[in-house]
Design a protein around this ligand. Structure first.
Ligand SMILES: [Zn+2]
Length: 52
């Protein structure tokens, strides 16, 4: 199963999860499924790391 972390969108402030390997500490933007905002993990309103 893919490893994930939770992230809160800086624009709409909704929480969704993203692939840990693809987006955590990467210079690659993820896209919010609610408002389509694109942002890096360091730009997120909040990041919640979980035990994978
Ligand atoms: Zn959003």
């Amino acid at each position: 199963m893919a490893k994930i972390f939770w992230v809160v969108c800086p624009k709409c402030e909704k929480k969704f999860y993203a692939s840990l390997d693809d987006f955590r500490h990467q210079d690659r933007k993820m896209m919010c499924p609610f408002c389509q905002e694109r942002f890096l993990d360091k730009e997120a309103k909040e990041v919640i790391d979980v035990d994978n």
